[in-house]
Design a protein around this ligand. Structure first.
Ligand code: NAD
Length: 334
């Protein structure tokens, strides 16, 4: 296969540390990539409050694919999340988050293998928020038939392709009768086209309890935006933490791959961030680019390292640095 052009957004906080690790592992797997690097982290905001996003987005439209580190959004800063802007402006409507147990990681459960499919462009993250007066603020939780059907179709198609048994739609349609009611109705309509896949419906709060008590029972989870965001961190916690969970943001002909985790300001600059999530996101990216053999090699290398239990970062019970862990993954995946 020829050389691929990929946009790289290192991000900020631990972002540059973990994306550098992923870059190294991808290159060592023998895939030729021309990296098109764009700095759009928190420090790169212009004097007028806008990050240099246009150029990066134009390049992502041209290349079709990006690997991205996390980007900080400070609460109460008045600034919008760069990550959310990228997803919305590029129409990356599906956020796909596989949560799979890693052998040997100290965690509450083994054998978890579920996938969160999160609607990525609307819901409570529509960006329609206003201050009514000094003491009141409100946000609009926009749910549309078009986006709900599109994400439901994505979830069921994914389930069919990956030979998954069930899709569970997370909702709160008993209270949010109109908005979650519409999301659920769209899921039911789409489910009818996939008779071989069981469609389950769970109220979001009950689903949270189910996940904590018995995560192995779950398969594909179809969620409106906010629920999917919260469930992803919960689910990452079930398998040993945020250092392990990769994500893909997928739209029509465009995709951005990243970790579920954020910029981890508490450990940034210490060289101890776990690079696994971004490396696995890199493997998802390679599969998306048609480089399945390299993707598999990387995934197997990562798992082998965890089986051996050596050269792991502190969050997963080891004492290694990001660099030592990356070198060890490199050694396992060539
Ligand atoms: P976070 O994910 O950055 O960190 C939560 C906890 O997990 C911290 O204790 C952190 O040290 C740990 N952690 C995260 N990644 C780790 C890794 N690779 N290795 C080891 N430990 C890891 O969540 P937060 O603190 O709530 O958010 C920090 C910032 O990141 C915020 O500004 C938020 O807006 C941003 N954020 C960005 C993205 C993104 O760009 N996709 C996603 C989530 C949060």
């Amino acid at each position: 296969m020829g050389k691929h052009s990929v946009v790289l957004i290192p991000g900020d906080g631990v972002g540059p540390e973990v994306t550098a690790a992923a870059q190294k592992v991808i290159e060592a797997a023998g895939v030729e990539i021309e990296w098109r690097i764009f700095e759009v982290g928190a420090e790169d905001w212009g004097p007028h409050g806008a990050p240099p996003l246009e150029a990066a987005m134009e390049e992502i439209r041209r290349c079709g694919v990006a690997l991205k580190g996390p980007i900080t959004t400070l609460p109460n800063s008045g600034l919008r999340s760069v990550t959310v802007m990228l997803r919305q402006n590029l129409g990356l409507y599906a956020n796909l988050r596989p949560i799979k147990s890693m052998p040997g990681v100290p965690s509450r459960y083994q054998d978890v293998d579920l996938v969160i499919v999160r609607e990525n462009t609307e819901g409570l993250y529509s960006g329609i928020e206003r201050r009514v007066n000094a003491d009141t603020a409100e946000a609009i939780r926009r749910i549309t038939r078009e986006a709900s059907r599109r994400i439901a179709r994505f979830a069921f198609e994914y389930a069919r392709r990956q030979r998954r048994q069930a899709v569970t739609t997370a909702h709160k349609a008993n209270i949010l009768q109109l908005s979650d009611g519409l999301f659920l109705q769209c899921a039911r309509e789409v489910a009818a086209d996939y008779p071989e896949i069981e469609h389950r419906e769970r109220i979001i709060d009950a689903l949270c309890m189910d996940l904590v008590l018995d995560p192995q029972r779950h398969d594909v989870l179809l969620c409106p935006n906010l629920y999917g965001d919260i469930l992803s961190d919960l689910a990452a916690g079930l398998i040993g933490g945020l250092g392990l969970a990769p994500a893909a943001n997928i739209g029509e002909g465009l995709a951005i791959f990243e970790a579920v985790h954020g910029s981890a300001p508490d450990i940034a600059g210490q060289g101890i961030a776990n690079p696994t999530a971004v490396i696995l996101a890199g493997a998802m990216m390679l599969a998306h680019l048609g480089e399945e053999a390299a993707a598999r090699k990387i995934e197997e290398g990562v798992r082998e390292l965890y089986v051996r239990g050596e050269h792991l970062t502190p969050d997963v019970g080891g004492q290694a640095s990001t660099e030592e862990m990356t070198e060890a993954i490199l050694a396992m995946s060539v």
